[in-house]
Design a protein around this ligand. Structure first.
Ligand SMILES: *Cc1c(COP(=O)(O)O)cnc(C)c1O
Ligand SMILES: [Zn+2]
Length: 424
């Protein structure tokens, strides 16, 4: 195995380096780590395009299709469920609503467990196998646990998930249970769970699969790789995504930088990160040009209900490299955007729709030009949070005006009543 290692772990804060397969999540100084490839991958863009026609499971995966740029030499250890290969959807209705001439949305909710977390998890669980780990764990607002539970089950690993009690959307909790993960509901919020799981993995032989694990980030780079491939390597002006723990923006910007360095793309798109106003420590740090100060997070978009994002320094570096921006949108804006995304026939979970609310805000402010070519990332599936959808359409979502409500209607079980109902 050692022969195939072509990367090192590098501290984001002090640049200390560690062997590529050393088991560590942080530097001695406390900084988070990057995976840095030490040799050129020896692969051409044409090769990953040709793999689109292959039927080999590694080529069919929208992550492992790019394996030389992600985890070279993993081969037989690869644990895949055919992640990626998500659609890139245009929408005239949403373009008009956000004030753009056109828009495309990369729907990461179309991954096997319904969120982009699968792209990171296939690599994280593969790395767990390479390291000979038998137990894996994560703290989660829901989607990480759903994804880890599935991939651990495929690989035959024991999975432990730590979720904030009562704060996980129903679809996600259901998945963790269904896929057989030991599910521990912490009497605290996500940030408490995140602290605890790091402490646990330091003293028990359990592999940590949050996005502090740099191999997760490597897998999530494939969102950008596949998006660019979908666009036939024509770089959009903007890529927009929500930010919670900030692993995904870290991955996206790191991957884009690598494509640019390889000459696969001729320039970098600008990247915009959208935070929920109730969970906005990165927005505040960005706006003030200051260190991140954790907040107590509160938002209906539970996937980004995070007050102390682990990857904020890496995300900051990525945004500087891509001339990016950070903005925030409140829950009313997120929920309205969600109603629009859903009614456009696309559908996505609340946090995903922060993307669309954020694009609308940035267009209105003139940051994104009306004729810009914009790709938004929808991070999770519409069925992840069915409770919020039904509450919204019944007008029962506390503190939110359901301006686009589509409430179910009770009808007596006879034809006359039905005819009256559909004409009314
Ligand atoms: C995890 C997640 C996010 C946030 O991604 P980060 O990497 O934590 O910034 C956004 N939306 C959905 C649906 C998610 O599952
Ligand atoms: Zn360091």
């Amino acid at each position: 195995m050692a022969d195939s290692i072509t990367w090192t772990l590098v501290c984001v804060d002090c640049a200390s380096t560690f062997p590529g397969d050393e088991l560590r999540y942080r530097c001695a100084c406390g900084g988070t780590l990057d995976v840095v490839q030490s040799v050129s991958p020896g692969i051409e863009r044409e090769t990953v395009d040709e793999r689109l026609r292959s039927r080999h499971p590694h080529d069919r995966s929208g992550v492992w299709r790019f394996r030389e740029l992600i985890l070279p030499g993993a081969d037989d250890a690869i644990v895949t469920r055919g992640e990626g290969r998500t659609g890139l959807h245009p929408s005239k209705a949403l373009a008009a609503w956000v004030g753009l001439e056109s828009i495309v949305l990369k729907h990461e909710g179309e991954n096997p467990t319904g969120s982009f977390k699968d792209r990171g998890m296939t690599v994280g669980v593969t790395q767990a196998m390479r390291l000979g780990k038998r137990r894996v764990a994560c703290a989660s607002t829901g989607n990480t646990s759903a994804s880890m539970a599935a991939y651990a089950a495929i690989a035959g690993l024991e999975a432990y998930v730590f979720v904030p009690a009562g704060k996980v959307a129903f679809g996600k909790l259901a998945q963790a249970l269904a896929y057989g993960a030991r599910t521990l509901e912490i009497e605290g919020d996500f940030d408490d769970a995140m602290t605890l799981v790091q402490e646990l993995c330091a003293v028990e032989d359990v592999y940590l699969l949050n996005s502090i694990n740099p191999f997760r980030v490597e897998g999530q780079k494939a969102i950008g790789f596949e998006l660019l491939q979908d666009l036939e390597w024509e770089v959009p002006d903007w890529i927009v995504l929500p930010g919670g723990n900030l692993g995904n923006v870290t991955a996206l910007t790191k991957g884009l930088g690598e494509l640019h360095a390889l000459g696969w793309i001729d320039r970098l798109p600008r990247v915009a990160v959208i935070q929920a106003a109730g969970a906005n420590p990165f927005y505040t740090a960005w706006t003030n040009g200051a260190e991140l100060v954790p907040v107590r997070a509160e938002t209906l978009a539970t996937a980004i209900r995070i007050g102390a994002p682990v990857s904020w320094r890496k995300a900051l570096r990525g945004l500087h490299a891509t001339n990016g921006v950070v903005t925030q949108v409140d829950d009313a804006a997120i929920v309205e955007a969600k109603a629009r995304v859903d009614a456009a026939g696309i559908g996505a979970e609340p946090a995903s729709c922060a993307t669309v609310a954020g694009i609308r805000r940035l267009v209105a402010e003139g940051v994104i030009a009306k004729d810009a070519r914009v790709a938004g990332i929808l991070t999770g599936h519409v069925l992840k949070d069915p409770g919020l959808v039904v509450d919204y359409h019944k007008g029962e979502l506390a503190g939110i005006e359901s301006t686009l409500a589509n409430a179910p209607q009770r009808v007596a079980a006879d034809l006359d009543s039905l005819r009256r109902a559909i004409s009314g």
